[in-house]
Ligand binder design. Structure first.
Ligand code: GLA
Length: 734
């Protein structure tokens, strides 16, 4: 790993064994992008790969009439000086102008990686893991300094980027846009992949051809959202799961975002990601600073699986901060689908006790334990126990759960309030709402104004008491509606454009304080299922509830899509009841577990209601997961066969040393009298001899080139008879 500065050409080359990233200043002073991709040899002066010179109808900077920004690959572009593509930032100055001209001021190359105040960021476990270039530019007229941060890690094919603005002038400016990353690629031979969905069908991959113009996804919901994820991929059209080039772009942020790819008429492709600039207006007083969230740029020459491996490892090793970092996750039992809010201490203890008998490690009490919370019309905001349901409080319940040998976990939704709550009656001004206008409800609740530190303090105090009083090992932090009427009654008109972002900062600050006060708690984030499943969240909560859709065949698609950008160990996945509560579909307990294994794993049903035969299977499933979870959660995950359009889907986790592989194959419908079918595995050592549980042996090259025979032949049932069947095959080095 190295960051080389070529003084003559004023170029910087960031490189490790896998990638190179080259930027530098041209004669007219602009910061250009020269290269991002597979590692290449260094040279004193890289040449810009783009059209040279100037074409008709283009503008050029004074004294540089043969140069135009419009044909340049720009590192952090502004609008208004001759580049007509989408700009990366916009600063409104006192005289009304939005034009700036940032020129080289200084640069610094430091060991390690600085943190970003109040925001999530990847970090180094020790400073030898990464190098950081801090490139400072200054706009002389406004005296605003723009610092561009680039970190390269020794072990990953990623560049971490963010931007900080410092107002060194004596006049206030307004930041109207500040993206985290801009990337100008020299060709358009790409496809754009994004991950879209809605409640209960999150993160479905969508691939679009890059043609002329702009493709974009965004959120204006105040959360990253189930609808579009702040993670996109640019891949070569021929790239597959295992071969070819792909570029991943993640934003480590949990609020409004935008990501786009813009194909210009001159053969270049601009991609960018950042906080959505709609409704964003940040006054920057003299002497103040503003930092953007971090973006992660990933390069893979080994297909989409290669891209996923880089980000899974980066996030597991250098983003997650919990004591559960790189630790297997407890197998949990959650009462939500078993009871909803209708429970008392006896019914909870009965469910937990059956979980203990089955071998689960953690019991989680979901929504309904606080205030007057008997349905979703009341109680949010009143974070003190409902003693009618739990006479001895959470502390009494957690003591009894602990006595069973189980850890205790609890559900909270701290950002919300119901109108029917003591908190709202005492502080109606603490919600996001516009004076004189009606309030829009979502799930009959309002959103607390987390841009106001007083509100965050009050919630912290209430939660602190509950957490301190009980022996809690786990918290499920929910967030069940999108933001509306985003207006803060404790801010002036001048500051209303900061509210969306300050809300996110307030939410992060509450996480940070609770993590510091209760360092042993495992946090799982949730937002009506997976509506805030993003890389920013993983910095605070190392796992996230993937979706409220727990139907195994739907879930497989959701987990498959999520795996492109997020580690397997980050995906909350449970076995729930059949017929499924969302789809009514009946799926065997075996297949429900075969899908849920590939995540954190747990149960979300009343185990007392299972037949004896099913309960025995549950016990075996827990034994299986305890044995193999380390490989499933921290091995290399390979997507083998897509579930979206075909009858058979497959994925597998391979231990890092390749000595064990756990392969799952799922079959949707039973074809009658079907044809020959096989699955070619991937990621194995071709020269290693593997043995399955029946003692059958195969070399890795056999399994990867000939494959596993999975045909539906009467004599050779690979699966049980019936629809929605599946099989998990464990291959061990012989
Ligand atoms: C959300 C979550 C569910 C459950 C309910 C409780 O919908 O996604 O898992 O916790 O809230 O109200």
């Amino acid at each position: 790993m190295n960051i080389i500065y070529h003084e003559q050409s004023r170029q910087f080359h960031l490189t490790n064994n896998q990638i190179s990233y080259v930027i530098g200043f041209c004669d007219s002073g602009e910061l250009l992008q020269y290269y991002f991709g597979k590692k290449i040899h260094d040279r004193d002066c890289f040449e810009a790969q783009c059209s040279k010179g100037i074409k008709p109808m283009m503008c050029s900077p004074a004294d540089h009439e043969n140069f135009t920004l419009e044909l340049s690959r720009l590192e952090y572009p502004v609008f208004g000086t001759g580049d007509y593509r989408t700009s990366a930032y916009e600063i409104l100055q006192e005289n009304g102008s939005r034009v700036t001209r940032f020129e080289y001021l200084s640069h610094d190359i430091v060991e390690g990686k600085p943190s970003i105040d109040g925001l999530p960021a990847t970090y180094c476990n020790d400073d030898t893991e990464a190098l950081t270039l801090i490139l400072s530019l200054k706009d002389e007229l406004s005296q605003v300094v723009c610092k561009l941060f680039y970190s390269i890690f020794e072990d990953y094919s990623v560049i971490a980027r963010h931007v900080e603005f410092v107002n060194e002038g004596d006049k206030k400016v307004r930041i109207l846009k500040a993206y985290s990353l801009n990337l100008d690629l020299p060709d358009q031979d790409y496809e754009w992949m994004h991950f879209q969905g809605a409640w209960a069908r999150e993160r479905m991959p969508v691939t679009s051809a890059v043609t002329g113009g702009r493709l974009s996804v965004e959120s204006m919901r105040g959360i990253s959202s189930a609808n579009y994820n702040p993670f996109v991929i640019l891949k070569r059209p021929a790239t597959t799961e295992d071969n070819g080039e792909a570029i991943g772009i993640h934003l480590l942020y949990s609020g409004n975002f935008i990501a786009f790819a813009e194909a210009d008429p001159f053969g270049m492709l601009r991609a960018a990601i950042g906080i959505n600039d709609k409704w964003f207006d940040w006054p920057l007083e003299s002497g103040k600073e503003f930092a953007t969230p971090e973006a992660i740029l990933t390069y893979s020459a080994e297909g989409l699986n290669g891209l996923s491996h880089s980000v899974h490892d980066l996030f597991n090793n250098n983003l997650v901060r919990s004591p559960y970092k790189n630790q297997v996750r407890p197998i949990l039992l959650n009462n939500w689908e078993a009871t909803n809010m209708d429970f008392d201490e006896a019914s909870i203890l009965k469910i937990a006790s059956k979980g203990q008998e089955a071998g689960v490690e953690l019991f989680v009490l979901d929504d309904g334990w606080f205030g007057k919370r008997d349905d979703d019309h009341a109680g949010l905001g009143d974070w003190y126990v409902n003693t009618k349901k739990l006479p001895e409080g959470i502390s009494g319940l957690s003591r009894k759960i602990n006595e069973m040998g189980l850890k205790m976990g609890l559900w909270i939704e701290p950002e919300m309030v119901n109108e029917d709550s003591d908190l709202y009656r005492a502080h109606p001004e603490w919600v996001l709402s516009i004076p004189g206008r009606p309030k829009t409800l979502g799930r009959t609740q309002l959103v607390l104004d987390f841009s106001n530190p007083e509100v965050v303090d009050a919630i912290y105090d209430m939660l602190y008491k509950v957490f301190e009083d009980a022996n809690l090992s786990y918290i499920k932090w929910d967030m069940n509606r999108s933001l509306t009427e985003v207006f803060s009654s404790n801010k002036s008109a001048d500051e209303q454009g900061t509210v969306y972002h300050k809300y996110v900062l307030g939410m992060y600050s509450l996480y940070e304080r609770l993590i510091k006060a209760f360092p042993n708690i495992l946090f799982e984030s949730c937002s009506s299922g997976g509506a805030r499943f993003d890389a920013g969240m993983l910095y605070y909560a190392p796992q996230a509830w993937c979706s409220d859709d727990t139907d195994a065949f739907e879930r497989m698609k959701i987990q498959y899509g999520t795996s492109y950008g997020y580690p397997i160990v980050s995906m909350g996945s449970h076995v729930s009841v059949s017929p499924n509560q969302q789809t009514g579909r009946c799926i065997s307990i075996d297949t429900r577990a075969n899908v849920a294994y590939f995540g954190t794993f747990g149960y979300e049903l009343d185990l007392n209601e299972l037949s004896d035969e099913e309960f025995e299977k549950v016990k075996k499933q827990i034994v299986f997961m305890k044995k193999y979870r380390e490989i499933i959660q921290y091995g290399d995950f390979y997507r083998v066969k897509s579930p979206y359009n075909e009858n058979i889907a497959s994925w597998m986790s391979v231990k890092k040393d390749k000595s064990v592989a756990i392969c799952a194959i799922y079959r949707n419908y039973t074809p009658v009298n079907g044809g020959y079918q096989r699955i070619k595995l991937t990621g194995l050592d071709p020269d290693m001899l593997y043995e399955d549980e029946n003692g059958k042996t195969y070399y890795g090259d056999y399994l990867m080139n000939i494959g596993l025979d999975v045909q539906d032949n009467d004599q050779l049932w690979f699966y049980d008879v019936g629809d929605y069947r599946s099989k998990v095959v464990v291959l061990n080095r012989k």
